[in-house]
Design a protein around this ligand. Structure first.
Ligand code: GLC
Ligand code: CA
Length: 548
């Protein structure tokens, strides 16, 4: 399989990708039907979010059985066929391992609930006053992170939904069970893994109130995290596979350790700092325009430090938890095409492995839901109530959800302009934006200048040029917040990438001289003449290459 440094990874959210049997819910056979499309993007790996048996309170991130397929999505045979057919096309599957917690419907938790001591030790149960949780920690989906079980007279920890109980990684039996899950899927031919919120698995020895925050500083990148990861990787023999850890509220130093090959932990990490630059005072539920200075600083720090210390970033704007980037930092209307292409350019030529989330390659927008009844996500529904309680009116709370809800990325993939966007033959489980009339695969296949075809070019460029895969990085226009610019260097090649983050013309503080460079890709008709550039058009991207 392809080296992850030369690879691009496509993310699928199965429930919203393609429905093969007309029940309104995407499924595994739907993915199989679309493998040629995915291949046409030029990607090397497909990461699918979970489709294991689950009550779907958090759409599969609440796993009831790690080795069985949820019948709603298909059968084990379908999954085997998916792996085989992807491989025939030269693509590897990456499965999503949710190892911080299980569903409370998991057999282990059910046994724990019945008072079985062995299984109680699989989770984090604490004694305490039924009126007062053991600590003041908050669940990431709102409310206390503890739930009281009357029959046991104990509380259990759930950093996410109350039906997602945190596993006790201190217990070696838990670690063995999870290794067994990896071995099971590895044997089936899976080529890599994504580890869900994996930097939260190591909890502190002492559980105490957090007087400064919601508790995260005690368990993010916790005390035994590196040991646990090393053990998991060594004992399952996955150090040569492509692996990515989702790191919640992490630090650069930890991500260097997670991803430096000498440490034998993971291939790369997702971090989310760059996706909080539009959170007012760090609060996801308070809107603010993106702070470009901060955005650029974060990219610069993470890119250059990871390079110096031989770590590796997963680079991305979108996933199933994030609003759509064109709505968030671009312009859905006037400069829809230009801004979507510019944002793609920023990410795909960085040092790191780029991820494309289904529909991003079409410039899909936020869903535009207007009523709370249109939302499906547990986090959105909880926070809607919390926002109302904290004093927002309905209109204000809906505006926040319209910008921040995870459902913005979970609306069905837009395949064509038909009634259900070619996603299904019947009404989907979640609504489809009207703009599927023109934002869809069929339309963009026809248009040589489409966002879709631009993504294909970017993916191809990474394959073609070693400088994109392995070049060093140096940031330029550092003092100009609206310009996202960098150079990539590798013996004999120099790449120059300049992007205007805004919808207005920008005069470059320093004229860009590009004598001896060739034009590689950009999002305006190629009009660059002469050998200097002074002004960038709205959302313009220019990429130049010099062979030294
Ligand atoms: C990750 C997943 C998200 C899920 C959470 C809890 O952040 O991406 O969708 O809700 O973990 O498993
Ligand atoms: Ca279906």
């Amino acid at each position: 399989m392809a080296d992850f440094r030369a690879s691009t990874i496509y993310q699928i959210y199965p429930k919203s990708f393609c429905d093969s049997n007309g029940d309104g819910i995407g499924d595994i056979r739907g993915i199989i039907e679309k493998l040629d499309y995915i291949k046409s993007l030029g990607v090397d790996y497909i990461w699918s979010t979970p489709f294991f048996v689950s009550p779907l309170n958090d759409n599969g991130y609440d796993v009831e059985d790690y080795k069985k397929i949820n019948p709603l999505f298909g059968t084990m045979k379908d999954v085997e066929e998916l792996i085989a057919k992807a491989e025939e096309r030269g693509m590897g599957l990456m499965f999503d391992m949710v190892f911080n917690h299980t569903s409370t419907r998991h057999e282990w938790f059910q046994k724990a609930l019945s008072g079985d001591k062995e299984y109680m030790d699989y989770y984090i149960f604490k004694d305490g006053d039924p009126e007062k949780p053991p600590t003041n920690w908050q669940s990431k989906f709102g409310g206390s992170a503890w739930e009281y079980v009357t029959s046991l007279k104990k509380w259990y920890l759930h950093l996410f939904d109350v039906t997602q109980a945190d596993l006790n990684w201190e217990n070696p039996k838990v670690r063995e069970e999870l290794k067994d899950v990896i071995r099971f899927w590895k044997k089936k031919g899976v080529k890599g893994f994504r580890f869900d919120v994996v930097n939260l698995i190591s909890k502190p020895d002492v559980f105490e109130d957090d007087t400064l925050g919601d508790g995260r500083r005690f368990y993010s990148d916790g005390p035994h995290i590196h040991e646990f990861l090393k053990e998991l990787v060594a004992d399952t023999g996955i150090d040569e596979m492509v692996t990515v850890g989702e790191m919640s509220s992490t630090t650069l130093d930890n991500c260097i350790r997670y991803s430096n090959p000498d440490e034998k932990e993971l291939s790369m990490c997702f971090n989310f700092h760059h996706l909080k630059v539009d959170y007012k005072d760090g609060n996801k539920w308070e809107l603010m325009n993106p702070d470009y200075r901060k955005l650029k600083e974060l990219f610069e720090t993470w890119q250059t430090k990871m390079e110096q210390k031989n770590g590796w970033n997963a680079v991305f704007w979108c996933n199933h938890d994030q609003p759509r980037i064109v709505s968030r930092m671009g312009d859905e209307k006037k400069y829809w095409k230009e801004s979507a292409k510019m944002l793609a350019t920023c990410i795909h030529l960085l040092r790191g492995t780029p991820y494309i989330f289904q529909g991003e390659e079409l410039g899909m927008t936020n869903a535009g839901y207007g009523d709370i009844s249109e939302y499906r996500d547990v986090e959105s529904i909880n926070y809607y109530q919390i926002m109302l309680k904290e004093g927002k009116n309905e209109e204000e709370a809906l505006e926040v959800l319209g910008n921040r809800s995870r459902d913005n990325s979970r609306s069905p993939m837009q395949w064509n302009s038909g009634k259900y966007a070619g996603f299904s033959e019947s009404e989907p489980w979640i609504g489809i934006p009207d703009n599927h009339k023109y934002i869809n695969v069929a339309a963009e296949e026809q248009d040589s200048d489409s966002i879709l075809n631009y993504y294909r070019k970017l993916v191809r460029l990474r394959k073609q040029y070693a400088v994109i895969q392995n070049g060093t990085i140096e940031f330029i226009y550092r003092e100009q917040p609206e310009v996202f610019g960098y150079k990539r260097l590798l013996k004999g090649q120099e790449l120059l990438v300049v992007n205007n983050l805004t919808g207005s013309e920008v005069v470059l503080q320093e004229i860009l001289h590009f004598e001896g460079y060739e034009y590689l890709i950009g999002n305006y008709p190629q009009e660059i003449s002469g050998d200097t550039l002074k002004v960038l058009k709205p959302y313009e991207s220019v990429v130049l290459l010099k062979r030294i």
